[in-house]
Design a protein around this ligand. Structure first.
Ligand code: KIV
Ligand code: ZN
Length: 523
């Protein structure tokens, strides 16, 4: 049996590489380790953990994820040169199951940038894939912009990569240009024309510029691709990548017409979606398929009536299938630690004892301020605890604000910078402005505030507010988030969270250190 006739589809998650490339989605080292461990537990077959040569930070994250992964294959990205490939191998070699993923742009537009003619590029592919294969048994090769590459040339270079030892050939739709029928025809064409195509796995890697990434990935699978590259919540450059939750649930719910299996424990989807939204600072749109807040809500009377009589009238999958608990029984100040742990487990959140203790202290404080603590409150609280952790460079220690009809508003703050407490007060045009001015005076920077958004987590005037803040400094974009019943506190912590991410991003993009902004084609 060839790979294309098997029903097992491998899930390759690139949230930590392609997803993290979204402007503003920078994650800290700890956040990357946490997401990788959740992906590993969920049953993702291959985790693309980063681009090791891009920065010291990427290298450290890929190495550490490689050391910690229990089940997943760990993959790193490398351009088509020996230096990138060697660096990638140095990072992934610690994994129980390592993979090197090397790529080069093969379409006419991409060939023009490194100024290689067809023969020179073919030679480069042969040499780099051979080099990668000499280091690692598991090598993935991608012709970037494959969907805009001439078919004859694509067949030629895919054959070269297979002969040089690639075990997976990924066919990227880099600019989200293809459509479902073309996507399946392309895989069928390669399977038919390329000698040795039946000995490797074809992967599909779709971007969502025209909103067709999920459809294109599934169409490729129908034609014989057996690896889908995707990200949680569809995070990724521009309009994002194929969303993991969409392809996995589509194959599960419509297994009658798409008879494929994955190794994903779908009940872990909701928690991962929430964590990725929180650490990336990219909230999930309310009507997003599978994981949006409204995905299982029935607002109209006809729908509500139908669902109450027979849930299948308007629901094609159960919320429990993705780990969404709908009991929403409120917890209060008398609820104990064991009840909190049980409730968090129901919500798909598993915490170590010390983390549970910290969350419990904050839960009690919240329950004192708010009569009833709902599931969404707990999710926001845990997310905040995990995002704004105690090891950050900047940390808010104390904040008092005076505001009202008589300005100027005043803020009085203690901010810890690299472990040392600093005290300051400032005025501003409103309480948020006054608090942000305190931060700016203690930690001067040039970052511009691009987006400031506030959402109420639940109903009522005592609801927690989640705040997200987007900053931009010299082309570097970062997003911070926080939640609190006090909107000013949440705003200030979100601002500080964004600045902590900016510090990480500055290190990553120090001159000579940034592959992502230099080019995908450079040496
Ligand atoms: O979209 C793309 O082409 C990529 C490659 C690096 C695989 O992300
Ligand atoms: Zn991509």
């Amino acid at each position: 049996m060839t790979s294309a006739t098997q029903d097992r589809v491998f899930i390759f998650d690139t949230t930590l590489r392609d997803g993290e490339q979204s402007p503003g989605a920078t994650m800290t080292h700890e956040e990357k380790l946490e997401i990788a461990s959740l992906l590993d537990e969920m049953g993702v077959d291959i985790i693309e953990a980063g681009f090791p040569i891009a920065s010291e930070g990427d290298f450290a994250a890929v190495s550490e994820i490689s050391k910690r992964a229990k089940n997943s294959t760990i993959c790193g990205l490398a351009r088509a040169n020996f230096k990138d490939i060697d660096r990638c191998w140095e990072a992934v070699k610690h994994a129980r199951s390592p993979r090197i993923h090397t790529f080069i742009g093969t379409s006419p537009l991409h060939r023009a940038i490194p100024n290689l003619d067809m023969d020179q590029m073919a030679e480069r592919i042969h040499d780099t894939v051979t080099h990668a294969r000499n280091l690692c048994d598991n090598v993935q090769w991608s012709p970037m912009d494959a969907t805009r590459t001439e078919h004859d040339y694509l067949c030629r270079v895919v054959e070269i990569a297979i002969k040089a030892g690639a075990t997976t050939i990924n066919i990227p739709d880099t600019v989200g240009y293809t459509a479902p029928r073309e996507s399946s025809d392309l895989i069928a064409m390669l399977l038919e024309r390329v000698p040795g195509a039946d000995t490797i796995i074809f992967a599909t890697h779709c971007h969502n510029d025209l909103g067709m990434a999920t459809a294109n990935a599934l169409a490729a699978v129908e034609a014989g691709a057996r690896q889908i590259e995707c990200t949680i919540n569809g995070l990724g450059e521009r309009a994002g990548n194929t969303a993991l939750e969409e392809v996995v649930m589509a194959m599960k719910v419509r297994n009658d017409i798409m008879p494929y299996r994955t190794g994903i424990d779908t009940t872990k989807i909701m928690n991962l979606s929430r964590r990725v939204a929180s650490v990336s600072g990219f909230p999930v749109q309310f009507n997003k398929a599978i994981v949006g807040k409204n995905a299982f809500l029935h607002e109209s009377g006809i729908h509500q009536d139908g669902v109450l009589k027979n849930v299948e009238t308007f629901e094609i999958m159960r919320p429990e299938d993705i780990g969404l608990v709908q009991k929403n029984i409120a917890m209060g100040k008398h609820s104990g630690r064991a009840a909190l742990r049980a409730k968090l487990r129901e919500l798909g959140v598993e915490l170590a004892d010390n983390q549970l203790n910290d969350v419990f202290v904050r839960f009690k404080a919240l329950a004192d301020r708010k009569k009833e603590v709902y599931d969404d409150d707990l999710v926001a609280l845990v997310a905040d605890e995990q995002t704004n952790d105690a090891h950050e460079y900047l940390q808010l220690k104390k904040l008092r604000v005076i505001c009202g009809t008589e300005g100027p508003q005043e803020a009085d703050m203690v901010l810890s910078i690299d472990g040392v407490d600093h005290h300051i007060d400032a005025t501003g045009d409103g309480p948020v402005d006054a608090a942000f001015n305190c931060v700016k005076m203690l930690f001067p920077h040039k970052a511009r505030l691009e987006i400031y958004q506030v959402h109420a987590v639940t109903q009522g005037t005592d609801a927690q507010a989640t705040v997200s803040v987007r900053l931009q400094e010299d082309g570097r974009i970062v997003t911070g988030a926080s939640a609190d019943t006090d909107t000013i506190v949440a705003s200030t912590r979100a601002y500080i969270n964004a600045l902590n991410k900016l510090i990480v991003r500055r290190q990553k993009t120090a001159p000579g250190n940034d592959v992502k902004t230099v080019s995908y084609h450079g040496e």
